[in-house]
Design a protein around this ligand. Structure first.
Ligand SMILES: [Zn+2]
Length: 62
């Protein structure tokens, strides 16, 4: 029996901040996500944190 585990797909926060839609790849050996376009490398937690910091929330406004 195979336990098929599908990794979640995340967008690169750095590229997304520049309006470039790139999916992060998962490095199983390191357990980290990385971007093929820029030099972003990070754990899932770091991806979330970077998203929070770099991508403006639509709610914020005047
Ligand atoms: Zn990137």
């Amino acid at each position: 029996m195979q336990d098929e585990k599908i990794e979640e797909i995340f967008r690169c926060p750095y590229c997304l901040a520049k309006e470039v839609d790139i999916s992060l790849l998962f490095d199983e050996a390191k357990g980290e996500y990385y971007c093929v376009r820029c030099c972003f490398v990070g754990t899932k937690q770091e991806v979330f944190e970077a998203c929070d910091r770099l991508i403006p929330h639509p709610k914020s406004g005047h």
